[in-house]
Design a protein around this ligand. Structure first.
Ligand code: NAP
Length: 290
């Protein structure tokens, strides 16, 4: 028999867990949120419409696993309230889903005998309703007490995700990595699309023009690693091409020029580590990109 679970904070992530954990055979124990209607909706999606509670500690009390899926800023406070009001069963597992915060912010329930951990789905949850399982095929970072890691691993696998364990003191850098890979990729693509449009290509087609190149590069990074996947003027040491780029972009926007130079400077050591850029060309490029 699968463990029972409770969810406190029935927003985008909490509602998705409610529905898909119940679908994977976990037994709904209780749901609570700031607004009763959110708790009721999550309970209904989990197939247990009567199991919503006004108070978080009442929702949590009988659960084997408690998920606190409130916004990051109120996780610790919510946890303290649940602990203070007797909502924690000894040896139960309490997890939050923040990417940035460590499991140690759940110390209040650890003092009541619970095992604590965090479980971060590397997915963007934009709505409370899904037509497909948003956990299927994604990665899930887990950390915390051994028993909490084990419970989180099992849930991740039952949801169709792949769990991996990270260090508790590495959470901030783990999250920064996810931001760099996802958010900053969006920023980078926005700049590339602007440059393509400024070249005269229709702006509405700019992303589609670049997409095969981007996907090909990602594929090369996957097989070869970032340094060996690097091609283009910096990898070749083609100083004149980079100089022409700087002039053209400078005529367009000072901000974009700054951005291009910054990324160029970060690309020089990558090209050096690939072994295709001479020391002299690297020196000239760095001077130009300063
Ligand atoms: N969204 C994502 O893409 C994503 C991805 C991975 C991890 N996460 C993490 O998942 C957690 C939840 O994020 P989310 O995006 O699901 O946020 P969200 O949609 O804003 O949901 C959080 C819910 O918590 C409820 N809430 C707020 N304050 C509360 C309180 N004091 N007590 C009880 N419930 C309270 C609110 O419910 P009401 O509806 O009742 O007002 C709100 O809907 C966060 O730790 C976040 O970092 C999010």
């Amino acid at each position: 028999m699968k463990p029972s679970f409770a969810v406190v904070g029935c927003g985008r992530v909490g509602t998705a867990f409610s529905r898909y954990l119940a679908g994977a055979g976990y037994r709904p124990a209780g749901f609570s949120s700031r607004r009763p209607e959110s708790a009721r909706d999550a309970a209904t999606l989990a197939g247990a419409p009567d199991k919503w509670f006004a108070e978080a500690w009442d929702a949590a009390r009988t659960a084997d696993i408690l998920l606190i899926t409130t916004p990051d800023g109120v996780i610790a406070e919510t946890c303290r309230e649940i602990a203070k009001n007797g909502g924690i069963r000894k040896d139960s597992v309490v997890l939050h889903c923040s990417g940035m915060l460590p499991s140690t912010i759940l110390a209040a329930v650890a003092d009541c005998g619970a095992k604590i951990g965090s479980m971060h789905p590397l997915q963007s949850f934009a709505a409370r309703q899904y037509t497909d399982n948003p956990f299927a095929g994604i990665m899930m970072a887990v950390e915390g007490d051994a028993a909490a890691i084990e419970a989180a691993r099992m849930m991740a696998e039952d949801l169709g995700a792949t769990p991996f364990v990270i260090r508790t003191d590495g959470k901030t850098l783990y999250h920064a990595s996810a931001v760099a890979a996802s958010n900053y990729l969006a920023t980078l693509m926005a700049v590339a699309v602007k440059l393509m449009a400024a070249s005269g290509a229709p702006e509405k087609d700019a992303f589609q023009i670049l997409k095969p190149l981007v996907m090909g590069t990602l594929g090369n990074i996957e097989t070869l690693g970032a340094a060996d996947a690097l091609t283009g003027p910096i990898a070749r040491g083609d100083v004149d091409t980079v100089a022409a780029h700087l002039t053209a972009i400078g005529n367009l926007s000072a901000d974009m020029l700054k951005f291009y130079k910054q990324l160029g400077r970060a690309t020089v050591p990558l090209a050096r580590s690939k072994g295709t850029l001479s020391e002299e060309a690297a020196r000239r490029l760095l001077e130009m990109l300063a």
